[in-house]
Ligand binder design. Structure first.
Ligand SMILES: *Cc1c(COP(=O)(O)O)cnc(C)c1O
Length: 439
């Protein structure tokens, strides 16, 4: 096969420019992984339904090709056959084998997507706020003190994670995109809502934007006095650390971060790391150092994903390494109930055990991480543990965040269920309804 990324090029000091690999390149990559024709057709079939995108850095530096298909980074970005029902995969694989028209393949893929329930867009559209009675698309304001902003140019990533809960917005389903390029209206909204002290720029990945585009969003926010922090949600430190080191706008980006800090605000860099492997390259260490030198704080978060990071050792290693590099472990999430959730889900009882065991083995300085946490409709629900109370085995839970701030930090209980993977699987214990359920 032709090499997608020239190995000699890797050794030269001039890093290649970012280039995405998409489903067009998938067959070639799967040949490299050693799959036969049938397996490749099945995997390509999955990639017609779920988004696939990666890049040379992930392919050449992060994946251990000798360990494919079990390699965690391979599983992080490449489709897996059993992510979708077998007959759907067989049907689309058959269309691909017979070189069916693009329209035919796309319409079959669309039908499979429609069955993947519930659609994440529901979550987004539920929370679209209003300014002067007009909806403000691309903004989400669910918790009083924090507003999320989805910039129009930030709606992709340097690579896609197979478990992404926002997957539907990356496959071109027309109704599922929501983003804004109207930072003036967003600022007007902030001024009308002085309770908002933190803005989270997310997507997609905010760092997919060049510095000049990012600055158009960040600069006006620096002027908003009430803001204490500007957060940037990103997986760029994992998928493209060059963004902060060798990209042509790396220095300008760090200067933009410095301007936020100089204005007396916290530039909170919310880094998504799934596996310790992502922190191994020297380039990541350099990128982290440069971001910290700008005065920004890096907090880390990731979901717990079956077959990728579902053991305590992996998390403990990850938190230790992050801590040693100067990053602050922040959240361990439970995989959301969207897309191929059945494939990736870890039961809550098991998630809690992994969290507890990992936490017990790291220094107190790493124990800033909270979880396992479910970002559910009423709020972020943390599984604090399993206890036996009055002869009943129960989950002890609390809201880290809630639509109704009165619920934050108050313990509540659910019947223990070793198979439950999400809040909706739980039944209240010692009460006939949960605190967030109205009477
Ligand atoms: C997680 C989240 C936030 C931020 O919550 P913190 O606990 O402050 O990190 C804000 N809005 C939404 C919709 C969220 O899911």
């Amino acid at each position: 096969m032709t090499l997608l990324f020239d190995a000699a090029q890797r050794e030269t000091p001039t890093t290649p420019r970012f280039r995405a690999y998409t489903s067009k390149h998938l067959d070639e990559l799967l040949v490299r992984a050693g799959f036969d024709l049938e397996a490749r057709l099945a995997l390509r079939a999955v990639a017609t339904v779920l988004p696939f995108r990666t890049n040379a850095y992930v392919i050449e530096r992060l994946i251990d090709w000798t360990a494919v298909p079990d390699d965690p980074i391979y599983r992080l970005v490449f489709p897996q056959q059993d992510m979708l029902p077998a007959d759907d995969v067989a049907h689309i694989a058959g269309l691909l084998r017979n070189q069916a028209s693009r329209a035919e393949v796309e319409s079959a893929a669309h039908r499979v997507r429609a069955k993947l329930n519930p659609h994440p867009a529901g979550q987004l559209q539920l929370n679209v706020p209003k300014l002067a009675d007009e909806p403000l698309p691309g903004v989400q304001h669910k918790y009083p003190e924090t507003a999320l902003f989805f910039p129009k140019q930030g709606q992709t990533c340097h690579a896609y994670c197979t478990y992404c809960f926002r997957w539907a917005q990356f496959v071109g389903e027309p109704d599922l995109k929501m983003a804004s390029d109207d930072v003036e209206r967003f600022v007007a909204y902030l001024r009308a809502h002085p309770e908002i002290t933190s803005v989270l720029i997310t997507g997609g990945d905010a760092m997919i934007m060049t510095e000049s585009v990012l600055a158009r969003y960040v600069e006006p926010l620096i002027e908003v006095e009430q803001l204490e922090s500007i957060r940037i949600g990103t997986k760029s430190l994992s998928y493209w650390p060059q963004r902060f080191v060798t990209d042509s706008d790396a220095d300008d980006t760090l200067r933009l971060f410095e301007r936020v800090v100089a204005a007396g605000k916290n530039l909170a860099f919310q880094a998504h790391f799934t596996h310790p492997r992502e922190m191994e390259p020297d380039l990541v260490e350099t990128a982290v150092r440069r971001i910290l030198d700008s005065g920004a704080v890096i907090r880390t978060q990731a979901p717990l994903i079956r077959s990728i990071n579902d053991d305590a050792q992996t998390w403990a290693t990850m938190w230790r390494r992050q801590h040693a590099m100067g990053m602050v472990p922040y959240y361990m999430f439970v995989e959301r109930d969207t897309g191929p959730q059945d494939y990736f889900a870890v039961p809550l009882a098991r998630a809690y055990e992994i969290y507890r065991e990992a936490l017990a083995s790291v220094s107190g300085l790493c124990r800033t991480v909270r979880g396992p946490s479910m970002s559910a409709t009423p709020g972020k629900v943390c599984v604090d543990g399993v206890a036996e109370i009055a002869g009943r085995k129960v989950f002890v839970l609390h809201f880290i965040q809630a639509r109704d701030p009165a619920l934050v930090g108050r313990p509540f209980f659910a019947e223990y269920d070793p198979a439950a993977t999400w809040l909706s699987d739980l039944r209240p214990a010692f009460a006939d309804r949960f605190p967030h359920e109205s009477s």
